[in-house]
Design a protein around this ligand. Structure first.
Ligand code: CP
Ligand code: NVA
Length: 309
């Protein structure tokens, strides 16, 4: 399928439902090949530049290993070391890298910086997380949900925590996948209103819904999927104490597990803070699929790279 070649991957909102399910199919196929030890060198000789202005374990390792398994290579470009970190404009970085590599993955703070990079680069740009969105994570999450539940359509997915990049992308991805997405935050930490508006339109078109709530127990009733994320994201370290107070009770724990469906699956993008947004008991418990989910970052991103690059 050549239709998606050359596209940027900035948000699941930019892709149709069919395109998202196509990416999931490719991910499943690549996962099966890798598990069978069969070569799948679809990007032989290609190079991915990976710009990081924030920390990462999963994103960095899965992109680098994924590129290697696809027959290409990846360059880790820390903003501490490249001229971007000393003020070289994004638009210049974009055009220079476009002359050397075949794709760019970027993890940074402002989403607009990624949009600008994509505008000036003439190769695909993949969003490896911004303050606004985290599309690679949610593609991996959808893959995990399909593997464990056999479908996404009609499932209730409850997210408990901050109205952050994860909440936003789960609304975009869940909406396209026909899910009933409930975002449960403390008052004052609701998701971005424009993202809610766009996701609500997408949800309606696909038989799903978006609901905002402030009561975690009420929100979790009969949930098929429970999701949470850290209370203070990268860049919000200074707010950690204020947030720790505001988010009391916004935790996936035994009480929440009792009201969700017995076969609910628990997801977390990781890294997790046990005792804050989730208890050790739940993350280590039988409903947790967080390590399948982390593994699926590799397979989902290989699909993205194989399709757009
Ligand atoms: N979930 C996730 O993106 O993890 P990293 O910050 O380790 O990349
Ligand atoms: N919301 C978290 C996600 C980390 C993968 C952050 O932005 O730090």
């Amino acid at each position: 399928d050549e239709r998606m070649r050359g596209r940027d991957f900035l948000s699941l909102h930019d892709f149709t439902r069919d395109e998202i399910f196509y990416l999931l199919d490719v991910a499943k196929e690549l996962k099966a090949l890798q598990k069978a030890g069969k070569p799948h060198r679809l990007l032989e000789g290609k190079t991915l530049g990976m710009i990081f202005t924030k920390s990462s374990t999963r994103t960095r390792v899965s992109f680098e290993v994924g590129m290697y398994q696809l027959g290409g290579s990846a360059l880790f470009l820390s903003s501490a070391d490249i001229q971007l970190g000393r003020g070289e404009p994004i638009k210049d970085t974009a055009r220079v890298l476009s002359r050397y590599v075949d794709g760019i993955m970027i993890r940074t703070f402002a989403h607009e910086d990624v949009v600008e990079l994509a505008k000036y680069a003439d190769i695909p740009v993949i969003n490896g997380l911004t303050d606004l969105l985290h599309p690679c994570q949610v593609l991996a999450d959808l893959l995990t949900i399909v593997e464990h539940k056999g479908k996404t359509d009609g499932l209730k997915m409850t997210y408990i925590g901050d109205g952050n990049n994860m909440a936003h992308e789960l609304m975009y991805g869940g909406a396209k996948a026909g899910m009933h997405v409930v975002i449960c935050t403390p008052e004052g930490y609701e998701p971005d209103a424009e993202v809610v508006r766009l996701a609500t339109e997408d949800a309606k078109a696909n038989g799903g819904s978006i609901t905002l709530m402030n009561d975690p127990v009420e929100a979790s009733k009969d949930a098929d999927v429970l999701y949470t994320d850290v209370w203070a994201s990268m860049g919000q370290e200074g707010e950690a104490n204020v947030r720790a107070n505001a988010f009391q009770g916004f935790q996936i724990n035994g009480t929440i597990m009792k009201v969700a469906k017995p076969d609910t699956i628990v997801l977390h993008c990781l890294p997790a803070h046990r005792g804050e947004e989730i208890t050790d008991e739940v993350i280590e418990g039988p409903n947790s699929v967080v390590f399948d989910e982390a593994e699926n970052r590799l397979h989902a991103q290989k699909a993205i790279m194989a399709v757009v690059m």
